[in-house]
Ligand binder design. Sequence first.
Ligand code: SAM
Length: 248
Amino acid sequence: MENPELAALFRLFESLPQQGPGSDACTLEALARLPALPERPRVVDMGCGAGRQTLALAAALHCPILAIDVHQPFLDRLRAEAGRRGLAELIETRCADMADPGLPAGSVDLLWSEGAVYNLGFARGLALWRPLMAPGGLLAATECSWLADDRPPEAAAFWARDYPAMAGIAANRAAAEAAGYTVLDTFSLPPSAWWEGFYTPLARRIAELRPTADAAMRAVLAANEAEIDLYRRHSAAYGYVFYLMQSL
Ligand code: SAM
């Protein structure tokens, strides 16, 4: 039986255009900063959600992409949208745990993951995915990161509770190197990538669900509202960062 807060969380996120900060412009910027891919690249999107970035990648790369998520309703939405955009042939979905996605060793030329690796922990996720990478394979992942050494106490206390492993860019670069990658580049997502596709629709969905929310949903709505308020006050201190890596 599913935990009621997890069920409420999926209900809150299920109809959103995307499930985390990000934008097609940032996805394409990350792609443009990577070295050239082999001719028929094997591409995997881990923790794809409803697949905003999967669709952007498929349209840009015109190659098959395997999109993996643990929540089947997100994958159903991705399939439907891929059909509407004429990209259905390019996108295969798999409902699986990205910690153990059932992929052969050395089989991935480009591993993509936006706003999802934190579920495994950045360092652990990169280490788990390393054996899947083809020689010289590329990995592009976003991770919520401290942007400055000066960490406002309110933000530090919030993330110490919600994501204690959240690290700064230098520490994440070091973790990536230790996991067997070279870090080619990094860049921070602008605040617009949080507000436009994510927090603005999320705030609207919170307002819609509030009148009929049960206790589990009320707790989930309050936690998400607190996160939005925190970002409004402290967007200079933390943010999502794209880490562009190559397996050694
Ligand atoms: N990449 C999407 C985006 O940016 O819109 C979704 C990001 S959302 C914050 C994180 C996603 O990771 C969710 O869709 C969730 O279902 C998925 N997820 C969490 N843990 C997972 C796991 N162990 N294996 C596969 N997917 C997982």
